[in-house]
Design a protein around this ligand. Structure first.
Ligand code: PAF
Length: 273
């Protein structure tokens, strides 16, 4: 496994790739089984697999969230070695954003609501870093988790609009036994919060059944939100949206996605169904 930390080392690693096609898994580290599912998909897609580990400062709207983002480099590299990843790109900030870097990639459409409305500049930070990763690594495929459903739609939109020569693969959410979606931030839940955290997906599952049975979207959304709030969650949003455009629905349809973001203490949980 090649570990590249500088642009020079990355150039050298790219030479070793020769004419093999490359599947990239962009990450911010603190790797868990969810990321490993992305790596496995990448390995099925192309003979050369790369994982990037970069905690991207420009996608955090809260400096405190950036500062406390878990960093577990040694364990991450061990996991990637076990999976026989070919290349790990683990740059310093200066390699991703050299002095004078002044470009931002802004996607409209699916980025505008939900996370985009609540976390100012977040998706701009994501689209910018992902564009630069694509430009540096030139992958034929890139894998993203469906856990960040809106992020996946924003990246799909960007790739389509800019005709970027990369195929975007969405990989289903990996869950704990009780249904909680795996996330690097789950480690910050206290025992009491952890025992309630799966209520988020359980509530979405019940809401989906009600919506498929034809119940009114606004009423189901309100009932689900009230239930979560009674159980100690502070809900940012819980909504039925069109799965690609991320526009709110007032009538349920098969391409709908139920999305939710809610705080449990200091941890913000994100899920979708
Ligand atoms: O989903 C993530 O971990 C990040 O948003 C990504 C795609 C690696 C960009 O920094």
């Amino acid at each position: 496994m090649i570990i590249a930390r500088t642009l020079e080392e990355l150039r050298h690693a790219k030479e070793l790739q020769k004419d093999k096609s490359l599947a990239l898994v962009p990450t911010m580290g603190a790797l868990h089984e969810g990321h490993m599912a992305l790596v496995k998909r990448a390995k099925n897609l192309a003979p050369f697999t790369a994982v990037s580990i970069f905690v991207n400062p420009i996608q955090f709207d809260q400096q405190s969230d950036f500062q406390r983002y878990p960093k577990t480099e040694e364990a991450d590299l061990e996991l990637l070695k076990e999976q026989q990843v070919d290349l790990v790109w683990i740059p310093e900030v200066e390699a991703m954003y050299p002095k004078g870097f002044a470009t931002r990639v802004t996607v409209g459409g699916p980025s505008l609501q939900w996370e985009g409305a609540l976390r100012h500049g977040h998706f701009e930070g994501v689209s910018t870093v992902v564009s630069r990763l694509f430009a540096l690594l030139k992958p034929q495929y890139a894998c993203f988790g469906e856990k960040d459903w809106q992020q996946l739609q924003v990246i799909r939109r960007m790739v389509e609009d800019l005709v970027l020569p990369v195929v975007i693969e969405g990989v289903p959410i990996i869950r704990e036994e009780d249904g909680l979606a795996k996330s690097s931030r789950n480690r910050f839940l206290t025992d009491s919060q952890r025992s309630r955290a799966a209520l988020l997906i359980q509530t979405l599952r019940k809401a989906k059944i009600a919506l498929e049975a034809g119940q009114n979207i606004a009423i189901v959304q309100k009932g689900a939100t009230d239930f979560l709030e009674k159980n100690g969650f502070k809900v940012d949003y819980l909504a039925a949206v069109e799965g690609r455009s991320m526009e709110a629905l007032d009538v349920w349809k098969p391409t709908a996605r139920l999305i939710a973001a809610a705080h449990l203490g200091s941890v913000r949980l994100l899920d979708n169904l």
